[in-house]
Design a protein around this ligand. Structure first.
Ligand SMILES: [Cu+2]
Length: 120
């Protein structure tokens, strides 16, 4: 009986120990980037930009607001930075802050996702 209690206790100790390790392992600093998306047009654009950003290393969470034409990205500062995130969006075919959309990628977007004025 005693052995059972002792081994149960040691299992509990090991379990708690691993929990403590998990909570201490992510020490990297998190930041939130705001990316203006002046050319975002519809839900399909939102989905595309969201999945593009989520694929980036160090990105934890992405929230694209279609009305505000703004993406909010939570990311780990030692893994990526605003410049890389903007480039990823630009490569997907959308303007990101002051970065212009990659022309080829923009041409490949569905018609509904293209800006209706002829500036592009
Ligand atoms: Cu669209």
């Amino acid at each position: 009986m005693r052995t059972t209690i002792t081994s149960a206790l040691s299992v509990a100790v090991i379990f708690l120990g691993s929990l403590a390790q998990i909570s201490c392992s992510s020490q990297s600093e998190a930041g939130v980037a705001e990316i203006k998306l002046p050319t975002v047009q519809c839900e399909a654009c939102v989905m595309k930009i969201t999945s593009t950003l989520k694929k980036e290393t160090g990105v934890k969470d992405v929230n694209v607001d279609l009305q505000k034409k703004l993406a909010k990205v939570s990311y780990l500062k030692d893994k990526t930075d605003l410049d890389k995130l903007e480039s990823a969006v630009a490569l997907a075919g959308y303007d990101a802050n002051s970065k212009k959309a990659d022309k080829k990628a923009y041409k490949g977007l569905p018609g509904c996702c293209k800006v209706s004025d002829k500036k592009h």
